[in-house]
Design a protein around this ligand. Structure first.
Ligand SMILES: Cc1cc2nc3c(=O)[nH]c(=O)nc-3n(C[C@H](O)[C@H](O)[C@H](O)COP(=O)(O)OP(=O)(O)OC[C@H]3O[C@@H](n4cnc5c(N)ncnc54)[C@H](O)[C@@H]3O)c2cc1C
Length: 481
């Protein structure tokens, strides 16, 4: 079988790009005219390849279902194979006689090691393995400082990115695909048991999301019509949707960042330049997170600033449990943790508040928080989650300094002034007047009685005193200076 054999199939390996539109690898395969094999590999066996968290597995199941259906309409079967990717792809290559494989690049160190091995194995046999840029607007290695190093601070990264940004136009979905005839066996989604069964905790997630390429497009359209115009003013307020909520769709590549960039600057949608620029900057935060991950592959495990290696993190499983279950006694923190548990997502401002609370008020290692988020978030992202946790912990590259400790009462009062968010997720406080909502322990006894609240019984007292916790955290910071 030679490289130029037009009858030999090309394998399109779907990974973080579960879409047909603007999928460069798929586009290339279709353009080549070769018969196409589509595959997704569930790899829970290769070293250092990160296994999906539970909420992501729920998303993956539904997203693959959608992709399978979309490909089936083009007469292509999506093969579902499980195992270490290198061995799985090798078997598939032999079984089908494929002489080419294509994929869109991913950036975790373990994942890149797998991809490099497969590329090498294909090259050793005189076969073709080609990779494309589909996950990011720019390759993370491409954006460089004047002296050729990588960026550690966001603002200059943004300046460079926006000055140089030539984001390619999105590619169309293929109208036709030449399917390969083969007898390779496939698992079923049921075999992979990605959905929770006992207990099935996915009710709130089911009600909130529509995974898949169509769901992503609908979400984008709604955002552009309803929220882009006021994005710069409203994005920091949790409660009813004011941001795009596209993060899980981006995480699984159901829509490309190129498509979003183009939509952001499309004159058809009513929005001031500032609103567009503020949203574009968020899209570039995602690129920056991948830039950091690419240049600091240990981002998920090691403090970016190694002076934090000696930080006296506390081991306190009970405190961790209270934080995870939204029982800290700080309403905005509890609302956030419960939103996460119920819907698989949390508003960005509240992610910062709960993250700061864990790392500073409770002095629990940011990696515990990162892992909990990874398991609970439908958008749990290998770059954005780790970079953001290091940012909030003060251990990161361009981090909020450790001594900046979010005050949950002030944050709540400022960003959830009328309490719509806390009332939604902490219903036991719903009847409390606005002025006491973020500090129920300071409310007069009568106000609590009228609202049907018995502190310590129907809603917890604060698990730590804000002032004491703040001083303890600052003392710990001094110990590593
Ligand atoms: C502790 C912590 C953990 C986080 N973990 C994740 C994660 O696992 N996955 C994830 O996608 N985002 C994460 N973020 C970033 C951010 O909270 C989410 O991207 C955002 O809330 C998603 O909502 P949206 O789609 O409505 O965003 P929008 O406000 O509509 O922004 C559009 C897109 O820009 C990107 N974006 C926005 N803010 C950021 C940011 N600060 N960093 C990186 N990308 C950003 C996202 O892809 C988002 O979908 C985390 C933030 C914190 C503080």
């Amino acid at each position: 079988m030679s490289r130029s054999d037009p009858t030999a199939p090309v394998i399109v390996w779907f990974r973080q790009d579960l879409r047909l539109k603007d999928n460069p690898a798929l586009h290339h395969a279709v353009e080549s005219g070769k018969p196409v094999i589509a595959v997704f590999v569930l790899d829970e066996a290769s070293p250092d390849v990160r296994i999906f968290g539970a909420a992501q597995k729920w998303w993956l199941h539904h997203s693959l279902e959608q992709l399978k259906e979309a490909l089936a309409k083009l007469n292509v079967q999506l093969l579902l194979l499980k195992g270490p990717a290198e061995a799985v792809i090798e078997t598939l290559r032999i079984d089908t006689g494929a002489d080419t494989i294509v994929w869109n690049r991913r950036y975790g160190a373990g994942e890149q090691a797998v991809d490099a091995s497969i590329k090498q194995a294909f090259a050793d046999r005189g076969l073709t393995a080609r990779s494309f840029n589909g996950l990011l607007m720019h390759e993370p290695a491409r954006v460089r400082t004047g002296s050729g190093t990588f960026y550690k601070v966001y603002t200059p990264f943004w300046r460079k990115f926006s000055a140089e940004a030539v984001v390619r136009s999105p590619l169309p979905a293929p109208a036709e695909i030449r399917p390969a005839l083969h007898k390779a066996a496939s698992d079923t989604l049921k075999d992979w048991a990605l959905l929770p069964v006992s207990p099935d905790w996915s009710g709130g997630i089911n009600a909130e999301w529509t995974p898949g390429e169509l769901g992503a497009e609908q979400r984008l359209e709604t955002f552009l019509n309803q929220n882009l115009g006021a994005y710069n003013e409203a994005r920091d307020r949790p409660g009813p949707d004011r941001t795009s909520k596209l993060s899980p769709h981006l995480r699984f590549g159901e829509i490309s960042p190129h498509t979003l960039w183009q939509a952001c600057f499309d004159g058809r949608w009513a929005a001031e330049g500032l609103a567009r620029e503020v949203w574009a900057k968020e899209l570039v935060w995602r690129e920056f997170s991948y830039h950091l991950l690419h240049n600091f592959p240990g981002l998920g495990e090691s403090n970016f600033q190694n002076k934090f290696d000696g930080f006296p993190w506390r081991q306190d499983p009970e405190a961790l449990r209270l934080w995870q279950t939204g029982q800290t006694g700080y309403p905005i923190v509890d609302a956030g943790m419960r939103q996460l548990w119920q819907t698989g997502w949390m508003h960005n401002r509240v992610r910062m508040i709960v993250g700061s609370f864990l790392v500073k008020h409770l002095m629990i290692d940011w990696r515990e928080g990162e892992r909990w988020f990874w398991d609970c978030l439908v958008d749990g992202d290998p770059a954005s989650n780790t970079a953001s946790w290091q940012w909030i912990a003060g251990t990161g590259a361009d981090a909020a300094p450790y001594f900046r400790i979010f005050n949950p009462m002030m944050q709540g009062g400022r960003f959830d002034r009328t309490g719509e968010y806390v009332r939604q997720y902490v219903p036991e406080l719903a009847a409390l007047p606005d002025k006491h909502l973020h500090t129920p322990w300071e409310a007069p006894e009568q106000a609590l009685l009228d609202a049907g609240i018995a502190l310590g019984e129907t809603y917890p007292l604060p698990m730590v005193d804000h002032k004491d916790a703040r001083e303890r955290a600052l003392g710990a910071l001094n110990s590593i200076k």
